[in-house]
Design a binder for this molecule. Structure first.
Ligand SMILES: Cc1cc2nc3c(=O)[nH]c(=O)nc-3n(C[C@H](O)[C@H](O)[C@H](O)COP(=O)(O)OP(=O)(O)OC[C@H]3O[C@@H](n4cnc5c(N)ncnc54)[C@H](O)[C@@H]3O)c2cc1C
Length: 494
């Protein structure tokens, strides 16, 4: 990653069109790359190489080894802590490896190249099984964006809005990893089991995932049921929904800081299986791209109206029927903030940055009261946020779901100035401290503002994780600025 001074210089150059190389892929010359959502990770890489085949990946690792080059690995480029980029490394762009390799409709498994993104994978399954009585679909994907890769999902050990689901590791049967020697290794719960536990949630530091075999779930028709409820009723409401057989759900809370509803009231939408013959009518109500655009504007300019419009829309869709896989897709507008900045007359650039905080479920309402006070006191600009559930992950090494948590997502507006970044960093650190107060934790994929103390409290195994990285990759072939940051932070114990 660039130094702070370089960052502002490069950002200005990009804004003025001077750099001109931000998204030129597959070049032999240095490129400036950045993440999609926050755009706070501009990184100069030595070159970008587009992976095309497993053999190509092996050759790439071997030649990087022979020439002493570091490799970083990118899928959809949505991580926000610099995990997918390493300054002066060769960036392996996985978007060219997107084939479906094998679909086993008997076992409900699919093997895909790791660069495939969710819309293509879902579309393949829908088309391939059209007209079949029993159909398979993905179990879960991220919410809020779709063009994320399966390799990126595995490397972060992601989750969606399942009510009783564990993180993504539970959906992975096996994967093929090209290791630091350039050797392909099949990793599952029996073969190379240590690598299986480390690479899932290991942020690309153990090798390049070439392909993944996923466990699918049966495609079901689901009815959406929507209510607007206070946060103190949320946990009992989730319990009731689960007892009634609902499979998915989340709670989108009010961000209207001036209102008594702020972080106290939200739209509770859950999905329950219905009879397999229930029709999914054409022309069900659906937000268009323009609607989402307007909502994004309101979420910055008029939060009260944003919540009113969002609630009214969601309530009006209660009773609609969806497929269990395609209902997880959502609209994401690339670069939406540039237009917003213009429309809002913002004095400088800004984007949103996300954080996800985990708290024991019985502490949720108290935690949110603390956040409410903190955000009001410190004038934190909260744009949107959701609450979901997660089950405990007892498999991955760097497990973030240490217990069945409530997961609270906060999308904060971050102004791209030294003061703006400092203020946001402080807000993210205070949120982690509030979570720790209740025995909670936070997600590593979104930023790297946490202090060492916070990291060690939430991930006591982190130093060991870094040691195991060196055990499997002694020459540190697989690099990222995220890794370099933590290696420096933990230098005294490594
Ligand atoms: C708007 C938005 C919404 C999101 N919603 C959710 C959500 O609902 N739930 C959730 O859990 N997360 C969510 N995320 C976080 C996101 O899922 C993770 O950051 C994920 O890793 C991004 O995947 P990607 O394909 O964009 O990967 P990248 O950002 O390109 O890479 C992420 C990590 O994966 C590694 N990687 C990618 N491909 C490979 C490969 N083939 N082999 C080895 N390593 C690889 C990279 O090196 C890097 O460490 C969201 C992020 C955004 C910006």
């Amino acid at each position: 990653m660039l130094t702070r001074r370089e960052f502002f210089r490069e950002s200005a150059a990009v804004a003025l069109g001077l750099s001109g190389c931000t998204w030129r892929f597959w070049e032999a010359t240095p490129s400036l790359v950045n993440d999609i959502h926050s755009q706070l990770n501009p990184t100069r890489v030595a070159r970008v190489v587009r992976a095309e085949s497993p053999e190509g990946l092996q050759g790439l690792v071997r030649s990087a080894r022979a020439e002493g080059n570091g490799l970083s690995i990118a899928g959809g480029r949505h991580a926000m802590g610099g995990q997918q980029f390493g300054t002066d490394t060769i960036l392996v762009d996985m978007t060219g490896m997107r084939r479906v390799l094998r679909f086993d409709a008997g076992r409900g498994e699919i093997e895909v190249e790791a660069g495939i993104q969710w819309p293509e994978l879902i579309d393949y399954l829908v088309q391939e099984q059209r007209g079949r009585a029993r159909q398979w679909g993905i179990a879960q994907k991220q919410t809020g964006a779709d063009r994320l890769s399966v390799g990126g999902a595995l490397a972060a050990n992601i989750h969606g809005r399942g009510l009783r689901l564990k993180p993504f590791i539970a959906d992975v049967e096996s994967f093929v990893l090209v290791d630091a020697a350039g050797t392909p290794r099949t990793c599952d719960r029996r073969q190379n089991a240590e690598l299986f536990r480390l690479a899932i949630g290991g942020y690309g530091l153990f090798g390049i995932i070439a392909s993944v075999t996923l466990r699918l779930g049966l495609r079901r028709r689901l009815e959406r049921v929507v209510e607007v409820i206070p946060v103190e009723d949320l946990m009992p409401a989730f319990e009731k929904r689960m007892a009634d057989g609902f499979l998915f759900g989340d709670f989108q809370y009010s961000t209207d800081v001036a209102s008594d509803d702020f972080l106290r009231r939200g739209v509770f939408s859950c999905y329950r299986p219905v009879d397999e013959n229930t029709p999914i009518p054409e022309g069900q109500k659906e937000f268009s791209k323009e609607d989402w655009d307007r909502l994004l504007y309101l979420s910055h300019a008029d939060k009260k109206r944003a919540f009113e419009e969002y609630s009214a829309y969601y309530l009006s869709t209660s009773g609609q029927v969806y497929w269990s896989d395609t209902h997880q897709l959502s609209v994401y507008i690339d670069d939406y903030h540039q237009g917003l900045d213009r429309r809002l007359g913002a004095p400088g650039r800004a984007t949103e940055m996300i954080t996800e905080i985990y708290v024991p479920r019985n502490a949720l309402a108290r935690f949110l009261e603390d956040v409410r006070q903190d955000f009001r006191q410190n004038r934190v600009n909260l744009i949107y946020g959701t609450i979901r559930l997660i089950e405990r992950d007892d498999e991955s090494f760097l497990a973030w779901a240490r217990e069945p948590y409530a997961c609270v997502i906060f999308n904060l507006d971050v102004v791209h100035s030294p003061q703006g970044l400092e203020r946001s960093g402080q807000a993210f650190r205070r949120l982690i401290d509030l979570a720790i107060r209740y025995g909670g934790s936070y997600y590593l994929t979104y930023h790297r503002f946490a202090t060492r103390k916070q990291l060690e409290t939430c991930y006591p195994q982190f130093a060991e994780f870094l040691r195991l990285k060196r055990k499997h990759d002694p020459e540190e072939r697989f690099q990222s600025d995220w890794y370099r940051h933590y290696k420096a932070m933990f230098a005294d114990v490594l």
